[in-house]
Design a protein around this ligand. Structure first.
Ligand code: ATP
Ligand code: MG
Length: 524
């Protein structure tokens, strides 16, 4: 008897432990629908305490809508004995609704009377959530496919179309119903192309390239395609998917671009041609100016020469006829001699001036100047130039200072370089200082990458701003009366730019001095 009681107590304990540990809700209700007992998981799942639930109607925890035919449910249950795996909504204390997988069965007493009903439920919210998520993802993917600007076409392993998005419908002109199940080759213009696509997909699982598409109306158009194999869940090929785009407009734009580039090239060439012509005519114009200047400059000494020579002829004829008619007096012969001496020296000086002018004109064209290229030491060479000018310089109270690194070697045209420095020194002598005025000339040289920068400075009168922009023009001079032709700086400019491949600028302030800044390359 004791043993039986113990066994009974043990098995009751066991049952209670089992009910406690079960991770599903167990609720026992009376045939009137009143909660008689709940297991701990029910409290955990719904957030109620046991006391809060015992004695309450079952619709406290199960949605009333599910139980609207409460009586019928109970009757149905009693008749059928159990309900298995239907969906019910459980209600938690915080108001949330918990979708649950619900089963229930009746409890009968030993004599067969219905004593109550046991309701068992499992929380399905996680499964529901995953299901919802899956559905959303599917809808999203579908939405993506549909709204894509690119054509998306899927094909099963027999080559029949299974997906044909809106962009594809628009481009090919087929409706979804028209293409579903038809062969993909219908959309390609050439059987060879579809063969190549299929081969690549078969071999390497993908294809990308250009094909010619064929629309419903037989129209053809270039399409850029990227296709890849579709795999089912077992990793088996279930067909392929192609993303493609009609590139008709792109092609047209490309052609247009090419045409435009060609036109641009042509225009550019024409521009260059006319620019060359312009440069040429500019050169001609300055040459014309030069010729006019030359004519003007030479006109004066030649005119004087001609007048003097014809005067010489006249007085000679005159004295000759006096001599022949034996009427010549001594005083007349003496007059003729002094006249002849004066006239011949006038002729000579004007012819000399003409000769000098012609030498300068020749030098204007820099390519007629000394054309021997060699390597020379810059500092020593500048010293030599100054030495050669000593006979002229000794009449002026001027100090010349050279400030140049010893080691600079120039591979250039020393003759041309000497001409530049000589002209600049002569200009300082002639224009910068008054007669007898003391002055300083500084020639400063520094290296800058592969160039030398030469600053030639004097501290003389300076050049007024209005003259500064004209000093390099041919025939600009402020000393025409005292033998200036205005060619010196023009020659300097041409020699530096053309022969020495450099450039020259001038800075000057009246009363302070003038600086010429010359940049020439170390090696030409
Ligand atoms: N160092 C200087 N200081 C002041 N003025 C100068 C200096 N160098 C040139 N000039 C001005 O620039 C003008 C033009 O100089 P450029 O050497 O071309 O001609 P020029 O010396 O007058 O004549 P040419 O050199 O042909 O005998 C000069 O007449 C003078 O007015
Ligand atoms: Mg000069």
């Amino acid at each position: 008897m004791m043993d039986e009681q113990k066994i009974l107590a043990d098995s009751k304990n066991y049952a209670e432990n089992l009910i406690k540990s079960i991770t599903a809700s167990l609720i026992v209700i009376s045939t009137e629908g009143i909660i008689l007992s709940v297991n701990p998981h029910t409290c955990k799942m719904l957030g109620f305490s046991e006391q809060e639930l015992i004695g309450k109607p079952i619709n406290t925890v199960i949605d009333i809508k599910d139980l609207i035919f409460e009586d019928m449910w109970v009757k149905f249950l009693i008749k059928k004995g159990e309900i298995i795996n239907v969906e019910r909504t459980y209600l938690a204390k915080d108001g949330s609704r918990i979708p649950s997988l619900f089963s229930s069965s009746i409890i009968r007493s030993d004599d067969g009377n219905v004593e109550g009903i046991i309701c068992m439920a499992q929380d399905m919210s996680e499964r529901k959530r995953v299901e919802n998520e899956l559905e959303r993802a599917q809808k999203f993917a579908q939405g993506l496919i549909e709204s894509s600007m690119d054509m998306i076409i899927a094909v099963n392993k027999d080559g029949k179309i299974t997906e044909f998005n809106r962009a594809a419908q628009k481009t090919f002109g087929y409706s979804m119903e028209e293409v579903l199940g038809i062969d993909i080759s219908t959309l390609y213009d050439s059987p060879d192309e579809i063969k190549k696509v299929m081969e690549d997909i078969g071999k390497i699982g993908q294809y990308s390239g250009e094909i010619t598409g064929r629309g419903k109306g037989g129209n053809t158009f270039p399409v850029i395609v990227s296709a890849s194999v579709l795999q089912d869940s077992d990793g088996q090929s279930s067909g392929f998917m192609q993303v493609s785009r009609d590139i008709t407009e792109l092609k047209q734009a490309e052609q247009m671009k090419e045409r435009l580039i060609n036109e641009l090239k042509k225009t550019n060439e024409e521009l260059k041609k006319s620019q060359n012509q312009l440069v040429q005519s500019e050169k001609m114009a300055s040459l014309g100016q030069l010729v006019a200047g030359v004519a003007h400059e030479i006109n004066t000494p030649i005119g004087i020469g001609v007048t003097a020579a014809s005067h010489f002829q006249d007085i000679t004829d005159n004295i000759l006829s006096l001599y022949e008619t034996k009427q010549m007096k001594k005083s007349e012969l003496e007059g003729y001699f002094s006249d002849a001496k004066e006239t011949s020296s006038l002729i000579l000086s004007n012819l000399r001036r003409t000769g000098d002018l012609i030498i300068s004109f020749k030098m204007v064209s820099s390519d007629q100047t000394s054309h021997v290229q060699r390597v020379f030491n810059l500092k020593l060479y500048i010293e030599d130039i100054i030495l050669s000018l000593k006979p002229k310089l000794k009449h002026y109270p001027l100090k010349i200072e050279i400030d140049c690194p010893e080691k600079i070697e120039l591979d250039s045209y020393p003759g041309a370089f000497a001409q530049v420095i000589t002209n600049l020194i002569m200009n300082s002598l002639n224009h910068a200082y008054d007669k007898g005025q003391e002055g300083n000339i500084n020639i400063n040289v520094e290296l800058q990458n592969s160039n030398v920068i030469i600053r030639f400075c004097d501290d003389g009168k300076g050049i007024p701003a209005e003259n500064r922009k004209k000093i390099f023009d041919p025939f600009f001079t402020t000393s025409r009366g005292s033998g200036g032709t205005g060619l010196g700086l023009h020659i300097v400019f041409n020699v530096i730019n053309q022969t020495l491949k450099g450039n020259i600028t001038c800075e000057s302030a009246v009363g302070i001095g003038t600086t010429f800044i010359i940049r020439i390359p170390l090696k030409i």
